[in-house]
Design a binder for this molecule. Structure first.
Ligand SMILES: Nc1ncnc2c1ncn2[C@@H]1O[C@H](COP(=O)(O)OP(=O)(O)OP(=O)(O)O)[C@@H](O)[C@H]1O
Ligand SMILES: [Mg+2]
Length: 481
């Protein structure tokens, strides 16, 4: 049980002392004193939370005594009781003594009790507040350190270095451009098919810029009605329209000092484009239903999977807005335009997915990588990601073998093998197909000839002969053992 709050009653008349005690003793631990001197002595000994004193006392007045109490025990809550005639003396000293309540005689028990309970609650809250402040002060440097560490981690996670590409890939050219453009406060328009990495690149730009410590805010402008888009971006005042129950701070304001990423900008209406252009030109706007203009400092990066220049020519996208957004236009190449990136991307994705799913694997069989590199990936890196995660979930062994691939992706690999057959004609194509099938099956059985032969319906000798003729080696052994 929590201890009762403590109260000290000071009154030179024993009868009123007793009346006060009876009123309070159920809810308080009550101490009494008949003079300031006695009270002082008691307060030295006991931890008193609330002091309740009569104004009129022989040596020192109640107010005078409370001034003293305030000095020596500042966190006590101080209450004074007095008759009407003393009010002027009290009012003169009330601020100096830091008095919480001034009660007039005759007091009513219920009211007095209520006042005292509130006083005790105030004392409790004050104390809690002090403790929290102390704890907060102690925790601050720790929290500051943690925030800084997290900030560094985010910065690292979105660094340009984490965008996987190999040398001489078209993606490398884009990243080089980004590395240059990021630090200048210019608007950048990212275009490219779905899943090519536009959002990833937008974040990399932000974290490579001088705005890295400020917010990165994303708005998807696609398929959002104009009025909603405007209220999201520019904010609104309560009551600006039906349903606007509260003030809302727009994303432009939230991104102040940082970067605003406007995704799917090509989907916006002409009316919205006019408004956006004005905001970008003036650097200020007015929230819906508001009468004060807001000025913001925001870098805008926009993205689209349309050919925005063609949209401009066709009159569907405002030319002036296009130039405003595209100080630096960057086109992200589709994955089929950079097959050289696929093995590196696949490995990076596999490592990440492996640790995320708690299923680390060694890697891909060579034939799997060939199929991945041969497929056209209409959904680009996102589709590659999905395929690898799916394979990972379905696999048991340490290596991702080709039969885990979705059939259409595996077929793409076989088709390329056929096309690439060095010998023309049917014989060459059959050889290519055969060698592909043998290589896949061998990989799946980690080079075990008996198991491979069994699966293919061949004898061990027959298999060896075929391998010799096709110039195949057992995976990981560099020759026929
Ligand atoms: N070069 C890359 N290296 C590593 N991961 C990549 C790369 N490109 C894309 N990704 C990953 O692929 C996924 C899709 O990328 P992102 O969301 O940036 O594409 P997007 O172009 O914005 O697509 P959409 O137009 O569909 O929104 C993300 O998980 C992203 O991290
Ligand atoms: Mg995107």
């Amino acid at each position: 049980m929590t201890p009762l709050p403590t109260v000290l009653i000071i009154d030179d008349e024993v009868r009123s002392q007793e009346a006060l005690r009876r009123t309070l003793e159920e809810d308080f631990e009550v101490f009494t004193a008949s003079s300031a001197a006695q009270a002082r002595a008691l307060m030295e000994k006991e931890s008193i939370q609330v002091v309740l004193t009569d104004q009129r006392m022989p040596e020192v007045s109640g107010v005078e005594f409370l001034k003293e109490v305030r000095q020596a025990w500042p966190d006590t809550v101080r209450i004074i009781i007095s008759g009407y005639t003393d009010s002027e003396d009290i009012i003169a000293g009330i601020n100096e003594a830091g008095i919480y309540q001034y009660l007039l005689k005759p007091w009513h028990p219920e009211q007095l009790l209520l006042t005292l309970k509130r006083a005790a609650e105030l004392h409790r809250l004050q104390r809690e507040n002090c403790q929290l402040a102390v704890e907060l002060r102690a925790a601050e440097p720790v929290l500051r350190g943690r925030v800084e560490a997290l900030r560094q981690r985010v910065k690292q996670a979105f660094a340009l270095d984490n965008i996987v590409r190999v040398q001489h890939s078209p993606m490398s050219t884009v990243c080089d451009l980004v590395a240059r453009a990021a630090r200048y406060d210019v608007s950048i328009l990212l275009s490219g098919d779905s899943g090519t990495g536009k959002e990833l690149l937008a974040r990399a730009i932000h974290y490579a810029s001088g705005r890295a410590e400020q917010p990165f805010v994303v708005e998807n402008c696609g398929a959002v009605p104009d009025n909603l888009l405007e209220s999201e971006l520019f904010g609104h005042k309560r009551g600006a329209f039906t349903g606007a129950f509260e003030d809302r701070v727009g994303l432009f304001q939230q991104a102040h000092g940082g970067t605003l990423f406007l995704d799917e900008i090509g989907e916006t209406s002409p009316a919205f484009q006019v408004k956006l252009l004005r905001v970008l030109q003036e650097g200020e706007f007015r929230p819906l239903g508001g009468n004060r203009t807001v000025t913001v400092d925001v870098r805008v990066i926009a993205a689209t999977n349309r050919d925005l220049e063609a949209e401009v020519k066709a009159g569907r996208f405002r030319e002036d807005l296009y130039y405003r957004l595209a100080t630096v236009p960057l086109r992200l190449p589709a994955l089929r335009e950079r097959p050289m990136d696929i093995p590196a991307l696949a490995r990076a994705i596999l490592t990440k997915a492996g640790s995320a799913l708690g299923r680390p694997v060694e890697g891909f069989a060579a034939a799997t990588l060939d199929c991945l590199a041969a497929y056209a990936w209409p959904g680009n890196v996102r589709e590659l990601q999905n395929e690898i995660r799916r394979m990972l979930v379905l696999s048991d062994g340490p290596v991702l073998t080709p039969e885990l691939l979705a059939p259409h992706i595996r077929q793409a690999g076989l088709a390329v093998a056929l096309e690439g057959a060095t010998q023309p004609g049917l014989r060459g194509q059959v050889d290519a197909l055969e060698s592909r099938l043998l290589a896949e099956t061998l990989a799946r059985h980690n080079g075990n000839l008996s198991q491979t032969a069994l699966e293919l319906g061949l004898s061990r000798l027959g298999l060896r002969k075929k391998m010799q003729r096709l110039g195949l080696e057992r995976p990981g052994r560099g020759g026929d053992a």
